[in-house]
Ligand binder design. Structure first.
Ligand code: DGL
Length: 279
């Protein structure tokens, strides 16, 4: 049962797995005063190669769960869910569930920033196969920066490398170089690259090592955090419904001990998650 709308609740942050923790970490740096409820659907991750319908169904289940547990505002800290589920949830589901609640994604704020960073107007996007196939970045960039050219590169091996704690291993060197080369082969004019998957910041050291120095790697977590701070400023009615306490509580659909051991790498602090079931 959805809690009373006047009772402030935590800000919900959702990802298919661990990646969203890289967004949560940056959000908490900028907005440490609020309570947060993070959920990773680790049992069903990765979402990257799943169908549109399944990503939508799973994401809606997560959003409903977070609403039922007091969140008025939910951030989809997952590019795949933002690409495949956000619009339908905002347009079709929210009006029926509770029009006063909000679900925000990570693609739009990232795209808003690209115009300030790229000088050539040739922008690369690394993402999961689902995000790249959805063309969500191309569509959003075309709306805001119609003259820009967007080059997508799916990186199906990067999420498994991160999830299996191989970000520093030789396999990561191989696959980071492979996808960077494939992206840059699409255009010599690319001067900025969006890491369009919340897992990818964990590969940042290697990405920077192999990316030519003139190409900017756009930090999505910081951008989303600044955009959320701006949203709170512009929406005092929502800000008042976000509970202040500075706490963070973690939920996972997989084994909690497993979640705790890997989540710590993303947030640099001990994590004690609770296992839940989504349906
Ligand atoms: N964190 C997801 C994203 O940002 C990728 C992981 C997955 O494939 O589930 O797209």
């Amino acid at each position: 049962m959805i809690q009373n709308m006047s009772t402030p609740g935590p800000i919900g942050v959702f990802d298919s797995g661990f990646g969203g923790l890289s967004i949560l970490r940056e959000i908490r740096k900028v907005l440490p005063q609020y309570d947060y409820l993070f959920m990773g659907d680790n049992a069903r991750a990765p979402y990257g190669s799943r169908s549109f319908d399944l990503v939508y169904e799973f994401t809606l289940q997560a959003v409903r769960y977070l609403f039922d547990h007091g969140c008025h505002l939910v951030i989809l800290a997952c590019n795949t869910a933002s690409a495949k589920a956000l619009r339908t949830i905002q347009q079709n589901d929210l009006p029926l569930i509770d029009p006063s609640r909000r679900v925000l994604g990570v693609i739009r704020p990232t795209v808003e920033k690209v115009g300030e960073i790229s000088h050539t107007g040739h922008v690369g996007v690394f993402g999961t196969p689902g995000t790249i196939q959805s063309q969500s970045y191309n569509i959003e960039i075309a709306k805001l920066h119609p003259a820009f050219k967007v080059y997508g590169q799916a990186c199906p091996m990067w999420v498994p490398l991160v999830e299996n704690q191989e970000s520093d291993g030789p396999g990561a060197d191989y696959f980071v170089q492979k996808y960077i080369n494939a992206l840059l082969a699409q255009s010599a004019d690319i001067d900025s690259v969006i890491l369009g998957c919340t897992h990818y910041p964990l590969l940042m050291d290697k990405i920077k090592q192999y990316m030519p120095a003139h190409v900017s790697v756009i930090p999505q977590g910081e951008i989303v955090a600044e955009s959320l701070a701006d949203y709170m400023h512009r929406h005092p009615e929502m800000e008042q419904r976000c509970r202040r306490g500075g706490t963070c509580y973690y939920l996972t659909t997989e084994d909690a001990d497993k979640f705790d051991s890997l989540a710590g790498i993303f947030v640099n602090e001990p994590v004690h998650a609770e296992k839940i079931t989504l349906h």
